[in-house]
Design a protein around this ligand. Structure first.
Ligand code: SF4
Length: 426
């Protein structure tokens, strides 16, 4: 049977993988100061995105919808793990590699993987095969036995029990290692934060030192990161980072401890925003959903007889149909007025008068591409709290680099909207 891919979110592991005793029922993380807080990079980034989202996921334990991009990434990771998991060369052939991907892909239906339609899942399946073929071709003849694959460890430090999972670790000798993290999503500029977490934890991990001894027979005082890289499988690009300076790690660690402190203090204030709320699975539960409305708990719970619901549903449907029909007619008449008025600011009939205002409207169809541009130019943090209107403002901001503005414009579509305000004549 296939070994499930490990998750940084595994339920509160004990030191060196042993299970900790179960948390007393109802106890929150801040209530037992003697017990280390289970932590990971995923937790850090989710809390920083929105503390309330963190609470829904990790404290209330409400499951998120399956995400197709995670399912896709997991199958690619699984195939690459299979490729390198030999005791000694030869490595599997390309057909065996593709077979490993197919097998893993076939374990779940497209719905279980998080796809809405089978066509999209089929497209990704073909994309995955192509990606792995390219990977194999690119590295064929240069495969090297890694030191460790899918290395998972839990290290206790500063009151935290931090879990990391490293995709691949190479041993460079004299206690030095290089760490590889595969990425399968969009090719965006990535900050080295996740790698900082790897560096901090790997260098504190006594198990790694023991593994060096058992595999290579070397007694080393400790393990030191020499290099870390994000390997973007779809483009075969490597983004290499040298070992971070101690001062840089210290700043990162202050950030981690700051977040951990807030979690212990049960601080889960929401930080709603267009981007984070759009992709949030908890918006139906969340009264702070950006652009949404608080759902009245009383209204949601009031008992309504079944036949009344039937009648109301039909009435609602009928009214919606009428409204859609009227809206279509209004839009048609409005367009004719605008076109016949030829830029005039007002128009009048016998009974009504209109004021006509013209304004620009921008739309971004490909949100991910826009987020990619913001990342590329380090505007991401700024954008976290930005509305669509403010992203449009960025495009005209001389303080934003010209290439960033140009790229944003490429993803933007401008149209004109006309606002008609109606007045009844006396
Ligand atoms: S909907 Fe928005 S504010 Fe609410 S939990 Fe999700 S991200 Fe946070």
């Amino acid at each position: 049977m296939k070994k499930p891919r490990k998750s940084e979110d595994a339920a509160e592991p004990g030191l060196f993988g042993a299970a900790l005793p179960a948390r007393p029922a109802g106890a929150a993380p801040g209530e037992n100061p003697k017990r280390p807080l289970a932590f990971s990079y995923s937790k850090l980034s989710l809390y920083e995105e929105c503390p309330l989202k963190y609470k829904f996921k990790y404290i209330d334990k409400i499951k998120e919808e399956p995400k197709y991009y995670f399912a896709f990434g997991n199958s690619i990771h699984h195939a690459l793990e299979f490729l390198y998991a030999v005791k000694a060369p030869p490595f599997p052939g390309v057909d065996e590699l593709l077979e490993a991907f197919k097998k893993d892909w076939g374990l779940k239906s497209y719905l279980e993987k998080g796809y809405k339609d089978p066509g999209r899942a089929e497209d990704d399946y073909r994309k995955g095969l192509e990606m792995l073929r390219n990977y194999y071709r690119h590295h064929d003849g240069r495969f090297r036995l890694p030191f460790l694959l899918e290395y998972s460890t839990d290290v206790e430090v500063d009151g935290l029990l931090v879990r990391i999972i490293a995709d691949k670790i190479e041993y460079l000798g004299k206690g030095e290692i290089a760490l590889v993290d595969y990425k399968t999503g969009k090719d965006v500029k990535r900050q080295p934060d996740q790698l900082h977490m790897y560096q901090k934890i790997c260098e504190l991990d006594p198990r790694l030192r023991e593994r060096v001894h058992s595999v290579y027979g070397e007694e080393v005082p400790g393990v030191r990161i020499k290099q870390m890289l994000y390997y973007h499988v779809p483009t075969l690009k490597e983004y290499t980072f040298d070992r971070a300076e101690d001062a840089e790690i210290a700043v990162f660690w202050e950030r981690v401890l700051g977040v951990a402190e807030k979690i212990r203090g049960l601080k889960y204030d929401p930080t709603p925003g267009e981007r984070q709320c759009l992709w949030c699975d908890y918006k139906q539960l969340c009264p702070h959903y950006y652009g949404g409305r608080a759902r009245g708990a009383a209204a949601a719970q009031a008992p309504i007889p079944a036949d009344a619901v039937e009648e109301l549903v039909d009435r609602y449907g009928h009214l919606r149909e009428k409204m859609d029909e009227l809206n279509a007619q209004i839009e048609e008449v409005k367009a004719k007025i605008v076109s016949l008025s030829e830029g005039a600011a007002a128009a009048a009939g016998k009974k009504y008068a209109l004021e006509i205002r013209r304004s620009e409207k921008w739309e971004f169809r490909d949100r991910e591409a826009v987020i990619g541009v913001l990342n590329e130019f380090d505007l991401y943090q700024k954008a976290l709290g930005l509305t669509l209107k403010n992203i449009v403002t960025l495009m005209d901001d001389p303080a934003v680099p010209a290439p960033a503005r140009e790229k944003l414009r490429r993803h933007a579509e401008k149209s004109h909207v006309f606002d008609l305000s109606l007045r009844k004549k006396q």
